[in-house]
Design a protein around this ligand. Sequence first.
Ligand code: FAD
Ligand code: ZN
Length: 477
Amino acid sequence: MIESGRIDSALARLRTIVGENWLLSSPTDIAHYCADWRGRYHGDALCVVRPASTAELSQVVHVCAEAGLPMVPQGGNTGLCGGATPHVGRKEVVVNLSRMNRIRSFDRDNASITVEAGCKLATVQAAALEAGLLFPLSLASEGSCEIGGNLSTNAGGVHVLRYGTARDQVLGLEVVLPDGRIWDGLRGLRKDNTGYDLKQLFIGAEGTLGFITAAVLALAPLPAYSALAWVALDGVQQALDLLARLREKAGERLNAFELVGQEALELVLRHIPGARDPFAQQAPWHALIELSGNDAALDEQFEQMLAALLEGGVVRDAVIARDVAQARALWALRENISEAQRIEGLSVKHDISVPVSAIPHFIKSAGERLLAAFPGIRLVVFGHAGDGNLHYNLSFADAGDNADLIADGHAASVLVHQTVTECAGSISAEHGIGQLKRDLLPHFKSQVEMDMMHAVKHAFDPHGLMNPGKVLVVRQA
Ligand code: FAD
Ligand code: ZN
């Protein structure tokens, strides 16, 4: 227990560092920062601090470390597992980095850009585009999420198939350590074998090892053309056949391969204004496929590929976007699934990955188990099938049944995770662990792996002040 005199003095020092306007403490002012995007987690905080620079943040962390105050890093607050939400009654300091949003530099010859953690993902994409390059990370939340959050969750999204996850875009990092020291690792190097690659520890650490304050990001060449199709499929195995054929025909031009189950599409059609089913006839599965490249005939080539696949019976139906508006409308069907689901109410979410080849077994087996245990349960399945990553969300249409399911979500998740284990998969492909899956983690990792994670945590944050209660429960020494 920290005595109140020490807290008051820390608050006063924090206020001096960031300025009166950037330390919030009234319940109304901090409410927005104390709940997550889904509305599943609600915490409270001693205060919310909003530093404007790495130097200010470093001082903030010094003060918190000295006073023994736990810190919760926060970016765009779009995370889906409660990682950026403080706990109730623990006097945590939420440190929101959104004001640290400068693009520091751009290096054309090195094809890299150096940005601060609070830059929105969409801002970085736009800056790259303006320079005739591509920052390929792309998520439905890109208008709100921030680079610091993207790197701390090692975000995935729709272009992992071709460009990899957030981790793969990073050349260098700047970090404020849990004791307030600044590590300047802002190197723009594609090759650097000088010992441990420390930046990789902070990427995907969900704010448990320190604050990412800036990053050097690699940019890719901007393809001149892109083509998009929405395809109806009879089954999941057909989706894999289609993926294999496209890999063969389109090669590295295959940018995105997203799977959408009928239940997921129906949610969007029901709740999102203007959403329209591209086909008159329902199909059990759909795929959204994007190619990009430099050949002006890309659209025609894609059309020929799809025509052959239609003829060969791999796909049931297909439509190619003819213009930007149509492409937007098709992407909206995929990208609004989470939003439509949120409108419908809470669901038991899973963000799993399995080897791509195991997707049909996973879907069949998890579905059978769930329907046997929870007759009538609705399986909303969609995701980045090209990476073996599925969002597998469970709910009942009836609010009463759903309340029971949410209250005992664990029972349903056990069945899903049992199937994931059978498929040698992961319980979190891209959203992370946060609070949501923290207690599950030790059941899916070996003792050796957990020991190594605890050793890393202890080495960086011996007093357990960085985002406590997220990812790991710190072991008492
Ligand atoms: P926050 O939510 O603020 O924080 C996330 C975690 O990172 C927390 O643990 C926080 O403590 C930590 N953190 C934040 N900033 C820092 C920092 N500077 N230093 C250290 N730690 C920090 N995710 C995907 O991977 N793929 C998707 O396709 C995807 N689609 C989404 C669609 C929707 C509609 C929504 C709402 C979310 C989606 N997400 C997706 C989840 C979310 O957008 C990502 O996890 C995103 O990377 C979080 O960024 P943020 O800035 O909002 O981070
Ligand atoms: Zn996703």
